[in-house]
Design a protein around this ligand. Structure first.
Ligand code: SF4
Ligand code: SF4
Length: 355
């Protein structure tokens, strides 16, 4: 049970530092009021928060509002039906593994032919790579691993963990257990997670406590940074158009992945422009905390992303890069909603086009 709420002196330091309150100006979205509401009952205002923890960074007492948000979400999780259904799909994939396996293997063999690329599956290896759904998360990593001559294999499961967004950590453990069993069976030592903010945080922060095993957990962007720094993969050409980078809250502020994406971008971008503020003080895009996966929250998250749209506009960048699938979706939606003009890509995804 979180207790840091008693430290809140209602100083107001966090108000304009919450992108949601700053955009909606609704009092229920002011972090101390959100806290007051959630201490009394599990209210839907818990789903009108990205759980980005920016308020905590600017709070003199580090009040953890997102902990109260998670607790409330768990109590009223059925109000986020889309997330509950996504968790069920993830668990069903584990229960019906043989069926899922056949379908997945056929899809991967198709990708191998399409891209003329070896993608090992179900192989004893040093590395287990955990992607998301969609070839844009599989092909760039496969290309880099093969160039670096890694001993790797692809996971049958996706890295995302929708139960985390419901604040239900027992359920989140069950979702992760499918991948843990796979890693044990394949005898891997390292788990490399695709570009996904919350997934990286779940692997990095909870796996040791849940499973008592010390796998080396890395993000694909950490691995890519090492490849370019040590010349393990050669970057053959650069990108002249202006590029900016959006720090996903779960990756940067909440897991410390800050310099690695910048090292990778620096290997190919000739005109890199930081948003201001950035790194651990960056503003959330408005799509975090699972909001992108809840269709009824679309209008809300577009309003919540106003600060981010302003930040991007100021850079005049033609490419907005990030290392999170939720952020990617939100950045594309913000582009349409606010009439902006830029391409959205993953950092490693774009790197893979230049090696
Ligand atoms: S959206 Fe972020 S800054 Fe605003 S209350 Fe939630 S965790 Fe705090
Ligand atoms: S900054 Fe901290 S103490 Fe001040 S109002 Fe916000 S949560 Fe309360």
């Amino acid at each position: 049970m979180p207790e840091s709420a008693i430290l809140c002196v209602r100083c107001g330091n966090c108000l304009e530092n919450c992108h949601i309150f700053s955009s909606t100006k609704e009092w229920k979205h002011a972090p101390p009021n959100r806290l007051r509401i959630l201490r009394k009952k599990a209210d839907f205002v818990a789903f009108e928060c990205n759980g980005c923890r920016r308020c905590t960074v600017f709070c003199p007492f580090s009040v953890e509002i997102s902990a109260y948000v998670s607790r409330a979400r768990k109590e009223i999780k059925n109000k986020a039906k889309a997330l509950v259904e996504l968790v069920e799909v993830q668990l069903e994939k584990g229960r019906q593994f043989e069926k899922h396996k056949q379908f997945y293997e056929a899809a991967i063999r198709f990708l191998e032919k399409k891209h003329n690329l070896k993608i090992p599956l179900n192989k004893k290896a040093e590395i287990l790579f955990v992607p998301l759904q969609g070839e844009h998360t599989i092909i760039p990593a496969a290309k880099l691993f093969n160039l670096a001559k890694e001993d790797w294999t692809l996971s049958y499961f996706e890295a995302s963990n929708f139960a985390f967004f419901l604040g239900d950590m027992e359920l989140a453990k069950k979702v992760s257990e499918r991948i843990f069993r796979e890693a044990e069976e394949l005898g891997v030592e390292k788990i490399i997670v695709t570009e996904c903010g919350h997934a990286y945080r779940v692997f990095k922060m909870f796996w040791r406590e849940w499973f008592g095993r010390d796998f080396e957990i890395l993000s694909i962007v950490e691995v890519a940074a090492e490849y370019v720094e040590k010349g393990i993969v050669e970057v053959k050409r650069g990108l002249a158009e202006p590029v900016t980078y959006h720090d996903p809250c779960q990756a940067a502020r909440n897991s410390g992945l800050i310099e690695e994406p910048r090292k990778v971008i620096g290997s190919f971008a000739e005109d890199f422009r930081e948003m201001k503020p950035n790194k651990e003080k960056n503003f959330c895009c408005g799509g975090g905390g699972g909001l992108v996966a809840i269709p009824e929250m679309k209008d809300f998250r577009l309003v919540a992303g106003k600060k981010k749209a302003e930040q991007i506009k100021e850079t005049e960048a033609k490419y907005v890069l990030t290392i999170c699938e939720n952020c990617r979706t939100q950045l594309k939606d913000l582009r349409e909603h606010y009439g902006l003009n830029y391409e959205v890509s993953g950092v490693v995804e774009l790197l893979s086009k230049f090696v």
